[in-house]
Write a protein that binds this ligand. Structure first.
Ligand code: ADP
Ligand code: GN1
Ligand code: MG
Length: 363
């Protein structure tokens, strides 16, 4: 990682409104590097991020998407007569050369305003979960009128389950890190479920499910709340792209309704908090019901299982490949993540009927 001086020199490539003196690592992301940037009084003013361009290979498309999304939302908020707009949508600052990022010859960097008096959470209670559901439904609703083709796929086939299984099968075949034998049982469990986890792609081919603009990373920590537990802003916009609607309920169930951590070493901690599920779904339906089809509404609880299954497959694929994608903090981290997500999947499977019943109030 760079020194503070080097980071300040990078920040100097952007048109900042005030002098900054300190940078410190921030957040728990698995992909980009995030830093909080403060002024000489120690007040946080900006967020500096190094974009992982091994993963987001088309940085122009990435930043262009984010620009379109943030300006579109800003306009909607203005039309709705919202106040305090700078805390309700991310504001990215251009570099001195007018580009939406700065390339230092090695890495790509971007800067946005730090949202003051905001708080991110790794865990939420039902009240916060309800607010988060409303916020992600509203996020999709605000972007629903973007004409098809406006946003590019920053990671092609990102939440396409058939494609993720194809990558999984390639990893099994090549076994590049020699780890296949030790994960044989997990591989079998994934294979057993493969066909029924590709319903969205099948329905799409049959013309029964359309694509929409989704956030595609609706983890709990990608929402900022104010001091009173109201949502300020949806953040982490790298993966906003066309896809299937279940992504944005699925990832919240996977992260918010899990009673344990994504990589919990104590599998007995993992379970499903039904109050969180119900609260999120209720909030989400309040803002999303008007554009969802009955097919989509019926599938929402399946979305939780799908995104958890997809994440299990993705962590296991990365473990098989020798940890080339996700940041890891210890050698078997991806294996631990796989076990923890698989346990959550089994817990969600047990609750499937109860969750389906809950949806009948909207059908
Ligand atoms: P990653 O892709 O690494 O998850 P994020 O964009 O989600 O990166 O940022 C990481 C964390 O930094 C977030 O979970 C949030 O707590 C904090 N954060 C990000 N952007 C802002 C912002 N503009 N203002 C305040 N906090 C922010
Ligand atoms: C990654 O950057 P972060 O941690 O929010 C990943 C998501 C996964 C998530 C698992 C671009 O998100 O798809 O769901 O880790 N992002 C990318 O925690 O692959
Ligand atoms: Mg994030």
């Amino acid at each position: 990682m760079k020194t503070n001086e080097q980071l300040l020199a990078i920040l100097d490539q952007f048109t900042l409104a005030e002098k900054v003196t300190a940078t410190e690592p921030f957040g728990n992301g698995h992909i980009n590097d995030t830093l909080k940037v403060s002024n000489e009084h120690g007040e946080p003013r900006y967020i500096l991020q190094r974009i992982n361009h091994q993963i987001f290979t088309n940085v122009d498309m990435l930043q262009n998407n984010i620009h379109i999304v943030t300006t579109h939302i800003r306009t909607k908020l203005e039309q709705q007569g919202e106040t305090d707009i700078d805390r309700k949508v991310l504001t990215f600052l251009p570099a001195r050369d007018g580009k939406l990022y700065h390339f230092d010859g090695d890495s790509y960097w971007r800067v946005c305003l730090f949202i003051p008096r905001s708080k991110g959470y790794e865990e939420v209670n039902p009240a916060y979960s309800y607010e988060a559901g409303k916020a992600f439904g509203n996020f999709q609703a605000m972007l629903a009128d973007l004409p098809e083709g406006t946003l590019g796929e920053t990671i092609p086939n990102f939440h396409n389950m058939e494609f993720r299984l194809q990558q999984f099968h390639e990893a099994i075949k090549a076994n590049p890190a020699g780890r296949l034998a030790e994960v044989k049982e997990l591989v079998e469990e994934m294979e057993k479920r493969a066909e029924k986890m590709c319903i969205q792609e099948q329905l799409h081919r049959e013309g029964k499910l359309r694509k929409r603009t989704n956030h595609c990373d609706t983890k709990v920590n990608n929402i900022l709340f104010d001091e009173d537990g109201k949502v300020l802003c949806v953040i982490d916009l790298d993966t906003v792209m066309p896809g299937f609607v279940l992504s944005d309920i699925g990832d919240f169930i996977r992260t918010g309704a899990n009673t344990g951590a994504e990589d919990d070493e104590h599998l007995e901690n993992i379970g499903v908090n039904m109050d969180i599920f119900s609260a999120y779904t209720k909030g989400y339906m309040e803002t999303a019901q008007r554009f969802l089809t009955p097919t989509e509404i019926r599938l929402l609880p399946y979305g939780g299982r799908l995104l958890t299954y997809m994440q299990t497959v993705r962590f296991l694929t990365d473990y098989l490949n020798g940890d080339t994608y996700y940041k890891i903090h210890y050698p078997t981290h991806n294996l631990q993540r796989t076990h923890a997500q698989y346990k959550l999947l089994q817990c969600l499977e047990e609750k499937a009927a109860e969750m389906d019943d809950f949806m009948t109030q909207w059908l």
